[in-house]
Design a protein around this ligand. Structure first.
Ligand code: EPZ
Length: 415
């Protein structure tokens, strides 16, 4: 079955190594299309979203090979043609190829990446900005075709911050003719990693990590070897698991400098946190919480990807609180499943009002990646046995979550 059976009530103990960042790896894999030759990407997580991106690149003629967490991408066989439509709809991150393909080949036809349960996931910011860079874009019911002999630099003022649009526009701008300004640009660490990778390859990018990126187009980029940073959302997920199940764990390689808002919230919920040079030590349960409001925001605010896991910690703490989701319009789908486990949560608009209280085991359904991870965390802390179905959603972003949690003392198995 595509599920996980979890016997709740065991606390966690031990060390786990935090995998490489999914949301840095995906745009960096897309960026290899801009580079002729072989790039080597270290610490690239072996998760289904990355495997899917690897298939997309192979469908474009690239040759990829994996040795542990090292992925080599040889683009010498790359030839632009319509991407297999059965690939694009499955994963939103395929949209990230649009900027790179347009920059490299001058043409792309792509189906709309499609929404998902957390929101409609429109791409209007991407298309409007690519038009300003000289692309002619025809839209249809199911998708779009874009053409540009050579993209030209432009001043791009976005109406609000978009991680994906920032990434796509960086990839469109690094080989464009002239200077591109992106403002406001997303400041997420994954944007910084993408810019670092591209600068190593010869791109001219200023302002990474600030809200304003200035990119001077260059003629060519060269192959590089780059190590992807650890995944701050996976680290935050295991932090939450320890807060909820109790115990004491060390998260090796956790990128603590990129987790400030998450760590502050965890401490206000009663966790004890010690930042070490090579990771993060976490102990204690969510209890006597003084954190009664969590508001999601763009980086460096509290990450929307941490909202569902922290909802579980809030539900288990001794105190009622509320969670405001300000990034996606429908990111409370996990609430109904948590309520089946005894959680006391009501949703009004973009606010979830979370009561305190114990959870009990139940059969629950993952409906997307981070909500699925939240259900696993809830089951670890619940009294009794749970089954979390639709495990494939969780496998999109977490490397072998069952083995990792079992190694930390949790009692769970594939079902
Ligand atoms: C990225 O999604 C991440 N995905 C998401 O992580 C993350 O939650 C999100 O950024 C916010 O941090 C990857 O990096 C692969 P956005 P993205 O564009 O790029 C609206 C996970 O769990 N918008 O910053 O799609 C959009 O609908 C995933 O790992 C438009 O309206 O996020 C959303 O409401 C989930 N028009 C808001 O902006 C556009 O053209 C922010 O979206 C683009 C976006």
């Amino acid at each position: 079955m595509d599920a996980i059976r979890i016997y709740g009530g065991k606390s966690l103990d031990g060390q786990t190594v935090v995998q490489g960042s999914k949301n840095a790896s995906l745009p960096i894999l897309a960026a290899t299309l801009l580079i002729e030759g072989t790039c080597e990407i270290e610490n690239c997580p072996d998760i289904s979203d990355v495997r899917h991106m690897q298939k997309l690149l192979e469908s474009l003629g690239c040759r990829l090979e994996r040795e542990g967490t090292l992925v080599r991408v040889n683009t010498l066989g790359f030839s632009a043609h319509d991407m297999p439509s059965d690939s694009v709809g499955v994963m939103r991150s395929s949209l990230i190829l649009a900027g790179a393909l347009l920059a490299k080949t001058g043409q792309i036809c792509m189906e709309y990446p499609g929404g998902c349960v957390i929101g409609a996931r429109p791409i209007d910011l991407h298309l409007k900005s690519l038009r300003l860079m000289g692309a002619s874009i025809e839209e249809s019911e199911s998708g779009f075709c874009a053409e540009a002999a050579r993209l030209r630099g432009a001043v791009l003022h976005l109406p609000f911050v978009s991680v994906g649009a920032t990434e796509n526009l960086i990839l469109a701008a690094v080989l464009a003719d002239g200077e591109t300004v992106i403002e406001p640009a997303a400041r997420e660490p994954e944007i910084g990693a993408l810019c670092e990778f591209l600068r190593l390859a010869g791109a001219r990018i200023k302002g990474a990590g600030t809200g304003r990126l200035v990119i001077q187009g260059v003629e060519k980029l060269s192959p590089v070897r780059y190590r992807v940073p650890a995944d701050r959302i996976v680290a935050g997920t295991y932090l939450c698991a320890c807060m909820c199940a109790g115990g004491r764990i060390f998260l090796k390689d956790a990128p603590v400098s990129h987790m400030e808002s998450v760590l502050a919230c965890a401490e206000s919920m009663g966790a004890s946190i010690v930042c070490e040079a090579d990771g993060l030590l976490v102990a204690g349960r969510a209890h006597e919480s003084v954190c009664d409001v969590v508001r999601t925001a763009c980086y460096p605010g509290f990450p929307t990807d941490m909202q569902s896991p922290f909802m579980v910690a809030m539900a288990l703490s001794g105190r009622a609180g509320r969670i405001e989701e300000n990034v996606f319009e429908n990111r409370f789908r996990v609430v109904s499943e948590l309520c089946r486990m005894g959680a006391d949560i009501t949703v009004r608009g973009n606010v979830a009002y979370v009561g305190g209280g114990p959870l009990h085991g139940a059969i629950v359904q993952a409906q997307e990646l981070r909500g699925g991870a939240a259900l696993v965390i809830a089951a670890l802390a619940a009294d009794g046995t749970s089954i979390v179905t639709n495990r494939h959603y969780i496998d999109r972003g977490y490397e072998d979550i069952v083995s990792s949690l079992r190694a930390l003392g949790a009692d769970l198995e594939l079902a």
